[in-house]
Design a protein around this ligand. Structure first.
Ligand SMILES: C[S@@+](CC[C@H](N)C(=O)[O-])C[C@H]1O[C@@H](n2cnc3c(N)ncnc32)[C@H](O)[C@@H]1O
Length: 338
């Protein structure tokens, strides 16, 4: 991989967790030896390795994207010839020992722990400051560091999101979990008729307000301190969830989608902006790597458009569409019936 665009830098950073997971899967769990000569579903592999099912699901997508597993019709996986030749006990060119030499590194130990328990790893290895969500709610300044990271990524991704939503002609957008407000600001800059509000946790909104003011957009982008799981405010025709749903389980996503459906007017839309894995869970590699990062650090993972469509339809949305934006990102747009 060479660095040509800001998205390549973001992808490079996201890829680090995948290597940690790979080393652990090979060295702590010996997946390819245990799966040699057979196929397994996510549930069967989770049972075989005695690992969490969400972690197994994400790992199998990642290993398939790497070309080490083959996805069969029906969704089960089996090792590819490369995995059989290089990562299986008894193979002449077995190089597992090379990976095993690294398995004691903190990131690999964290990955092993998440695979076993399904619980998010601490944000910093060997640190008792908690996972990202615990740190976000605390007063230690982490919310500012994290929100600055979100802002840096959004400066690049925001304009493409605005272009993708132009046809919706949004009047008033609620940017749920909107962090610095970078996406709300991008939207109102691209769409002159649009105004917006950012909803985020009390520990974040001071940063949101100062970022929006620094962009000169405080008259068009409001800030609301609140809990998106409590209730969403009415008065918005578009709800944007950007890089938010990947932090949560599918049950929590259903709660958020139901809250969105209840608060939107007839004809209103929910927009999910994120990296989405392919419906058949074979990749793409960039999105699969990001999913590993999310699986290790949060209660979530990256979802496919098909998985989200099913959830959105369950709570009442219709007309669900999927459209690429930039750098491996895309939007899933779900409309409430008019
Ligand atoms: C991964 S960040 C995404 C930020 C931004 N939307 C983006 O695309 O970069 C998730 C955001 O959700 C916010 N969040 C988490 N739990 C929340 C809650 N219960 N209510 C409101 N916001 C929440 C976090 O504070 C954080 O800003």
């Amino acid at each position: 991989m060479t660095i040509d665009q800001p998205g390549d830098v973001i992808a490079l950073v996201n890829s680090a967790s995948g290597v940690d997971l790979f080393i652990s899967v090979v060295s702590d769990f010996d997946l390819f030896t245990k799966l040699a000569g057979r196929a397994g579903t996510v549930a069967e592999v989770a049972e075989l390795l005695e690992i969490d099912e969400r972690a197994a699901d994400v790992s199998l997508t990642y290993l398939t994207a790497l070309g080490l597993l083959e996805r069969l019709p029906g969704g089960s996986v089996r090792p590819t010839p490369a995995a059989a030749a290089y990562l299986t006990e008894g193979a002449e060119l077995d190089v597992r020992a090379y990976a095993a030499a690294q398995k004691g590194r903190p990131g690999c130990r964290d990955a092993a722990q998440v695979l076993r328990t399904g619980k998010p790893a601490p944000w910093e290895s060997a640190d008792d400051g908690g996972d990202w969500l615990a740190r976000m709610s605390s007063t230690g300044g982490f919310a500012t560091v994290f929100s600055a990271a979100m802002d840096a990524r959004g400066r690049y991704l925001g304009p493409a999101l605005g272009d993708a939503l132009r046809d919706l002609r949004p009047q008033r957008v609620l940017d749920v979990g909107g962090s610095s407000g970078i996406y709300a600001c991008s939207l109102v800059e691209v769409l002159p008729e649009t105004t917006a509000a950012v909803l985020d946790m009390p520990s974040v909104v001071d940063f949101s307000r100062s970022s929006i003011a620094a962009r000169g957009l405080a008259d068009r982008v409001d800030v609301i301190a609140g809990d998106m799981f409590a209730e969403l405010p009415t008065g918005f025709d578009v709800h944007l969830f950007s890089n938010v749903l990947h932090d949560w389980s599918s049950a929590d996503i259903e709660r958020l989608a139901a809250a969105s459906f209840a608060a939107l007017p007839p004809g209103g839309v929910l927009v999910d902006h994120d990296m989405h894995i392919d419906d058949d869970k074979t990749g793409p590699l960039r999105q699969a790597e990001f999913s590993v990062r999310m699986m290790l650090m949060t209660a979530g993972r990256c979802y496919s458009a098909a998985e989200l469509t099913e959830i959105f339809r369950t709570v009442g949305f219709a007309e669900v569409t999927h459209k690429p934006t930039t750098a491996g990102y895309s939007v899933v747009v779900a409309r409430k019936p008019a």
